[in-house]
Design a protein around this ligand. Structure first.
Ligand code: 2P0
Length: 344
């Protein structure tokens, strides 16, 4: 006589933890061609950082009757819906309904233009893939991370990364791939923090408003392939000047596009602007440095390693700069031990 075993008897609790780093786009993603599948209207190219990180544990537990999310040790119900949607994607792949407890730690400000959603969702997908034994390829992990937050697709990988726009309606060809290891061109990034407030208009809302109302949307989409081609060639040739020119162009073009939305999206403050002028002055004086800015007021000054100390000192000197964080380029998202999270 056979005895029916309880479903997945050995798996009442399944857990794993992962770390991912934010990435900074040099050729920007801005705009979606499919909101439900989170498909971009353009490809993008980024660098993954090393000393800023999100560490996330996920614990699927049959004893839970709902998902739970804690950020930096505190219950965060505001973000729970987005986290639960990400868990739903993982559960659908695993064919399970089991609820989960997610704990995340960021060692940098959340939601202030430092790409916390990129590192956060990349870490959750990598941890969830391991906890549920999904055995997803890196491309599939990148696709799932993309569904949660577009830029998270790129934080699955380290170094220089390209996220392909793709053409398929189901999004199966829109994922990131690594271009060049961090060690092959170890640029430094000096982040000038000019505000620690959460931004008023998040990226998702900002880019949707831009697509609906900005008169420059068509020009933005039409110009992106050429920008990507220049940036790819600059990375392959380690041509700093070329990468600097095209990156500042992409950044300023994205902000010009967003500024022209209705109502206009103004992510900068006075210190942001002063930092841009300071970076331009440093570059004019011969230092290899350029700026890039995302959907927030922080300025990321990207430089050759020998310029980092002077760039950091110059950023600290700008009135209104609250803090300066210096980081190198880092590796891919990876599994960590659960107790490494507790040590965060
Ligand atoms: C980027 N940003 O390429 C661009 C440049 C901000 C400015 O990707 O709606 O949080 O979740 O896909 O990824 C920030 O947007 O937006 C972003 P969703 P996401 O890094």
């Amino acid at each position: 006589m056979s005895v029916a075993l309880p479903d997945a008897a050995a798996a009442e609790v399944r857990q794993a933890a992962a770390q991912a780093q934010p990435n900074i786009a040099l050729i920007k993603y801005w705009g979606k061609r499919d909101i439900a599948l989170n498909l971009p209207v353009v490809g993008s190219l980024s660098i993954t950082l090393d000393s800023l990180w999100t560490r996330t544990s996920v614990r699927f537990d049959v004893a839970l009757d709902q998902d739970e999310f804690r950020l930096n040790g505190r219950r965060d119900d505001a973000q729970l819906r987005r986290v639960a949607k990400c868990l739903d994607l993982l559960r659908a792949r695993a064919g399970t309904q089991v609820r989960a407890r997610v704990e995340s730690h960021n060692n940098f400000p959340t939601g202030a233009g430092l790409a916390s959603s990129a590192s956060g969702f990349a870490a959750l997908i990598v941890a969830g893939n391991a906890a549920l034994d999904l055995d997803l390829s890196l491309a599939e992990q990148s696709i799932l991370a993309r569904r949660c937050s577009g830029s998270a697709a790129r934080s699955i990988f380290g170094g220089f990364v390209e996220w392909t726009c793709g053409a398929c309606e189901d999004g199966s060809d829109s994922f990131a791939t690594p271009m060049l290891d961090a060690s092959a061109w170890p640029l430094r990034v000096v982040v000038a923090i000019t505000s620690k407030k959460e931004k008023a208009i998040g990226s998702t809302e900002g880019m949707n408003r831009t697509a609906e109302t900005s008169p420059y949307q068509r020009a933005w989409v039409d110009g992106q392939e050429a920008d990507l081609a220049i940036a790819r060639a600059a990375v392959q040739a380690r041509d700093f000047e070329k990468l600097a020119d095209i990156s500042e162009h992409s950044c300023l073009k994205m902000h010009a596009l967003a500024l022209a939305a209705q109502p206009g999206l103004l992510y900068w403050n006075a210190a942001t602007m002063d930092c841009m002028h300071r970076v331009r002055a440093l570059r004019a004086s011969g230092l290899p440095v350029f700026f890039t800015i995302d959907a927030g007021p922080q300025v990321k000054a990207v430089c050759e390693p020998q310029a980092a100390a002077a760039v950091a000192a110059a950023m600290r000197d700008v009135p209104g700069v609250l803090d300066v964080v210096e980081t190198g380029l880092g590796g891919a998202a990876r599994l960590i031990e659960i107790n490494e999270l507790a040590a965060a």
